[in-house]
Write a protein that binds this ligand. Structure first.
Ligand SMILES: *Cc1c(COP(=O)(O)O)cnc(C)c1O
Length: 401
C-alpha cells in the first residue's frame, strides 16, 4: 500500500514515541510489557550476536567492510531494530534496503551510517530521502532522470549494474554511457558501485570479469566508482575473488549460512541472533481418537496433553512446522503437531508439568534442533524461512542472550 509523505512521517513519529515510553520494547505496532503474562508471540534479538557476526563476516573477507542487506524487514526480524544494532559495528560500512520508507525509518531511528536504497523511490519522498542523506541507486536511465528532477542539492548515488542476474540494474554493456552522464553533474556523487552475483561458480566468475572490465573503463574515463561490492552470503563463502572492496550479506548477519553444510561454517562460527517465543495459552488433555485442526491433521493415538501456542502461518510461522519441527518448553523439546493460521499445537505426552503461561521457544540458540538451521532441517525447508514473520510481531532487544 502506498502512503504519502505526511502519513509516513506521522507513522515514524508515533513509533519513536512508543520506543521512548518503553525502552525495552521496539515493536513498531505494539509494545510488549514483560512484567505482564503474554498472550502473543514475540522476537528477541541479541546485540552481541549481531556484532559478533558482523566481525566474523568481515573476517571471512579479509577484514573488508560489510554492507548489511536488511531488506524485507531484515528477513522478518526487524529492519529498524537490526540496523540500530549494526550501526554500532566498526565492521559495517552501511545498510542496504529495497524500500524508500524503510530507509527513512532507519534514519529516523538514529542510524548514522550510509543507507543505500537499492530499489526505486516514490517521487513524493525524493526530497526527504535526499535531506536524510539516503544513497539513491541509478538502476536504469529513467531512474537517473528521476534523480535529476529532484534538484541541485548534493545527492549521493550508487551505480547498480546488472552483470547477469537479469533482475535489476543497468545492463553492464550500457553502464559506461550512463556513468559518463552522471559525471557531468557536480551535485551527484557516486558513493558506491555494485552488482549481484548468481550462485553457479563459473557464471559468477564471468560476472566478476564483466564487473572488473566495466570498472576499468570507468577508471580510464575518470569516472569515480566509490565503494565496490558484489557478494551476497553465498559468494562470500564460495568465491573469494567476489570480495572486491566490501561484501554484502543478508542471511549471514542473522547467524545462518545460505545453504546447510557449507564447509566454512566451522571456520567462522556465527551466533544465532534471535529467538521466537510464544506462551502456552491453552492446555488440554485430549483423549485417544480426538483430532486437531480443520483437516483433522493430527490424530491423538493415546490420551495426551496438547498445548496451544498463539502463533500460526498468518504470523509468518512456517506451516510445514507440523511436519517435524520441535519447540523448547522448560528444558525439554516437544513436537509441533499442527499449524493453523493463528495457532500451533504441541504434543506434551501423557503427563506434563507445563502450565498455561509457560513460554515456548520456537526458534533459538538453546538447542541444535531449534536453531534456524536445525528447524529448516527438521521441516525440510531452507534457511531463510523467518522472512515471512509479520512486522507486527514485537521485538525485544537484549545486550546478549
Ligand atoms: C538479498 C540480497 C543480498 C543478500 O543475500 P543473502 O543471500 O541473504 O546474503 C545481497 N545483495 C542483493 C542485491 C540482494 O538483493
Amino acid at each position: 500500500m502506498k502512503q504519502n509523505r505526511r502519513q509516513f512521517i506521522q507513522k515514524t513519529a508515533a513509533s519513536l514515541t512508543l520506543a521512548a515510553v518503553s525502552p525495552m520494547a521496539f515493536g513498531r505496532n505494539e509494545v510488549l510489557n514483560t512484567s505482564e503474562p503474554q498472550s502473543k508471540p514475540w522476537i528477541e534479538l541479541s546485540k552481541s550476536a549481531y556484532l559478533h557476526n558482523a566481525s566474523q563476516i568481515s573476517r571471512m573477507a579479509n577484514e573488508k567492510p560489510v554492507v548489511a542487506v536488511l531488506k524485507n524487514n531484515a528477513y522478518g526480524l526487524g529492519g529498524v531494530e537490526v540496523s540500530k544494532i549494526l550501526d554500532q559495528s566498526r565492521h559495517i560500512f552501511g545498510m542496504a534496503v529495497v524500500k524508500d520508507t524503510t530507509a527513512l525509518e532507519m534514519r529516523a531511528a538514529g542510524v548514522s551510517k550510509p543507507i543505500l536504497l537499492m530499489g526505486d523511490f516514490d517521487e513524493e519522498l525524493a526530497g526527504e530521502l535526499v535531506k536524510q542523506n539516503i544513497t539513491l541507486s541509478v538502476h536504469s536511465e529513467p531512474s537517473l532522470d528521476k534523480i535529476l528532477k529532484i534538484g541541485r542539492s548534493e545527492i549521493k548515488v550508487a551505480l547498480y549494474i546488472d552483470t547477469g542476474l537479469g533482475r535489476m540494474g543497468l545492463p553492464y554493456h550500457k553502464s559506461v554511457k550512463i556513468a559518463e552522464k552522471i559525471k557531468k553533474y557536480d551535485h551527484l556523487t557516486i558513493e558506491q558501485t555494485f552488482s549481484t552475483l548468481t550462485t553457479p561458480k563459473d557464471f559468477a566468475t564471468e560476472q566478476i570479469a564483466r564487473f572488473e572490465n566495466i570498472i576499468s573503463q570507468f577508471d580510464n574515463k575518470g569516472i569515480p566508482t566509490g565503494l565496490k561490492h558484489l557478494a551476497p552470503s553465498y559468494s562470500i563463502l564460495d568465491l573469494p575473488s567476489s570480495h572486491q572492496e566490501a561484501v554484502r550479506p543478508g542471511i549471514l548477519l542473522h547467524g545462518s549460512f545460505p545453504l546447510a553444510h557449507m564447509d566454512e561454517a566451522a571456520k567462522y562460527p556465527l551466533q544465532v541472533t534471535y529467538k521466537l517465543k510464544a506462551p502456552v495459552v491453552r492446555l488440554e488433555k485430549l483423549r485417544a481418537g480426538d483430532t486437531i485442526g480443520f483437516s483433522r491433521f493430527y490424530k491423538v493415538e493415546t490420551d495426551e496433553w496438547i498445548a496451544t501456542l498463539p502463533i500460526g502461518w498468518a504470523d509468518g510461522y512456517y506451516s510445514g512446522a507440523e511436519n517435524g519441527a520441535k519447540v523448547l518448553l522448560g528444558d525439554q523439546l516437544y513436537r509441533v503437531v499442527n499449524v493453523n493460521a493463528s495457532h500451533a499445537n504441541i504434543s506434551l505426552g501423557a503427563k506434563t508439568k507445563i502450565k498455561v503461561g509457560d513460554v515456548a521457544t520456537l526458534i533459538g540458540s538453546d538447542h541444535p534442533e531449534i536453531t534456524p538451521e536445525g528447524f529448516g532441517k527438521l521441516v525440510d525447508g531452507h534457511n531463510y524461512l523467518q522472512i515471512n514473520y509479520k512486522e507486527s510481531i514485537p521485538k525485544m532487544v537484549y545486550e546478549t542472550f
